[in-house]
Design a protein around this ligand. Structure first.
Ligand SMILES: [Fe+2]
Ligand SMILES: [Fe+2]
Length: 505
């Protein structure tokens, strides 16, 4: 996701691995382009090379140069992606698929019917806006290089216009699609990108007619208008095909490369999601608590520029480990408390285990690793105060506080830190008898300060400024969640003589 920290630890092993991964994928890309070239020209491998060796050398050199530039783009801008062979392969598959589809539509349908915004939309959703802008340029150039040699584009004007159309349509789709969350929004983007495409196509057709020596009278003829309208129709098809292909191909990428897109995150937090349904049925109190924490985490993540959808989804799953023994957690208990029968040590053990149980449960359900990490990290190494205090009351001897503490690890991402604070803030605010903004602020400040004193944020890069913004956001959001209600007077209504009468306080 685009909000995940772009810097990563880099060592020689990663550098060698990333270069090998790029080289392997480069060979695959060159083989694909060779295949397209063979189909394009004569259908014969040897004849293609004998007659077009100089052209092929030109294409191969341009592609190698482009991929070399791409490597260095990721080296400076997103080393985390470069260190992940699966994601590098995903980027190459995306580029290869978009280039092949553009080539196929250009050759067999019409040059204007190419799904030109597909690369931009897919890259935006899978790797983020900044990388999508760069990959859109790479795709536009690859199509341009291929067009230079292929017979798909017939005139030099076609070749250059196809570069302009591919680049601009992709860019517009990236800027418009920054916040896409529904399928309808994708279709709208497909329609909107058609507008500049249609203007370019219209002007190009007029230019080519003028270049062909057509007179003004000829331009007005029915045949000419039919030709312009047909090409503009293909332009509209290209825009719509971008949206249709995007909707059809995205789920394949999501499952093949285990990507967390806004669409997948929505599915994972749907009430039909298997593990959440189990939580709702088995531990309704925990489910309700998680839903509020999700709302708080989403607002906090948005306020400090982190991925709000990811924070919301991870928060929904942070306490799924409680499903193993839901009755031992306050939010699922009625009046009877099972811990009354247990020693504080045993109680602490049960409470503590929900973080590791959550981690295992999420992994066993093949849910994203990030959710599992948050489930294990959301209490860090904090002491379980209630049972530590209970144990202190029951003994005169020394107690090891670590026996009453969570085992960690501490939050390793800003989102895990947000969920740690939101989790405690929700529980504390719910317990407040008076929920004025001042009281809520005091409680939230206390939670953040305690975690800072206990060094719970030492493994993540959250800043003081982030913590201040998170505190303000939590106070505002919690005031909305648990807003003050007007106390209605108790009135008993009765009917007397056809009239409604009320009596009460
Ligand atoms: Fe928890
Ligand atoms: Fe929780």
């Amino acid at each position: 996701m685009n909000a995940v920290n772009r810097k990563t630890e880099w060592n020689r092993g990663m550098a060698v691995g990333s270069v090998i991964c790029f080289l392997v994928n480069l060979v695959v890309l060159l083989l694909l382009l060779t295949g397209l070239l063979v189909v394009e020209k004569y259908g014969q491998f040897t004849a293609t090379f004998k007659d077009n060796s100089a052209n092929y050398a030109y294409i191969a050199f341009c592609v190698i140069l482009l991929i070399w530039i791409t490597y260095f783009y990721f080296f400076f801008e997103n080393r985390k992606l470069l260190a992940d062979a699966k994601r590098v392969t995903m980027v190459f598959v995306l580029v290869e698929m978009c280039v092949a589809l553009s080539w196929a539509f250009g050759r067999y349908v019409n040059i204007y019917a190419r799904p030109v915004a597909l690369a931009g939309l897919l890259a935006l959703t899978l790797v983020g806006r900044r990388d999508a802008i760069f990959l859109n340029v790479v795709c536009a150039f690859l199509i341009f290089i291929l067009d230079n040699f292929a017979s798909t584009a017939q005139t030099p004007v076609d070749v250059y216009s196809s570069l302009v159309i591919a680049f601009s349509a992709g860019m517009i789709a990236i800027f418009l699609g920054n916040k896409i969350k529904t399928r309808l929004q994708v279709v709208w983007i497909g329609i909107i990108i058609v507008i500049p495409m249609e203007i370019i196509i219209f002007l190009l057709e007029i230019c080519s007619l003028a270049a062909a020596g057509a007179t003004e009278a000829a331009i007005a003829t029915e045949t000419v208008f039919r030709s312009i309208l047909t090409n503009m129709g293909f332009g509209l098809l290209g825009g719509l095909l971008s949206a249709v292909f995007f909707l059809a191909i995205l789920p394949v990428f999501e499952s093949l490369f285990n990507c967390l897109t806004a669409f997948r995150l929505r599915e994972l937090t749907d009430t039909d999601a298997k593990l959440l349904r189990k939580l709702k049925e088995g531990a309704p109190g925990t489910y309700n608590h998680s839903a509020v924490v999700a709302q708080l985490a989403e607002a906090c993540a948005e306020s400090i520029g982190e991925d709000a959808d990811l924070a919301r989804a991870a928060a929904f799953y942070h306490d799924v480990g409680k499903l193993h023994q839901p009755e031992y957690f306050t939010e699922n208990q009625d009046e009877y408390n099972l811990h009354d029968e247990l020693t504080p040590e045993l109680s602490a053990d049960i409470i503590r285990s929900h973080t590791q149980d959550g981690f295992d449960l999420i992994r066993n359900h093949h849910l994203p690793q990030f959710f599992a990490d948050v489930a294990r990290e959301h209490h860090g190494t904090l002491p379980i105060r209630y049972f530590y205090a209970k144990a202190l009351k029951m003994t005169d001897g020394e107690l090891n506080i670590e026996d009453f503490s969570y085992t960690g690890p501490k939050p390793r991402s800003k989102i895990a830190a947000i969920i740690m604070i939101a989790d405690a803030s929700e529980a504390v605010s719910r317990a407040l008898t008076k929920r004025s903004p001042e009281e809520v602020e005091k409680a939230v400040s206390g939670i953040i300060e305690e975690r800072m004193d206990l060094e719970q944020f030492s493994d993540c890069d959250i800043t003081m400024k982030d913590l201040t913004v998170i505190r303000e956001t939590l106070v505002n959001t919690l005031s909305g969640v648990y807003h003050h209600r007007v106390k209605y007077p108790t009135i008993k209504y009765t009917r007397k003589g056809g009239k409604t009468m009320g009596e009460g306080e």
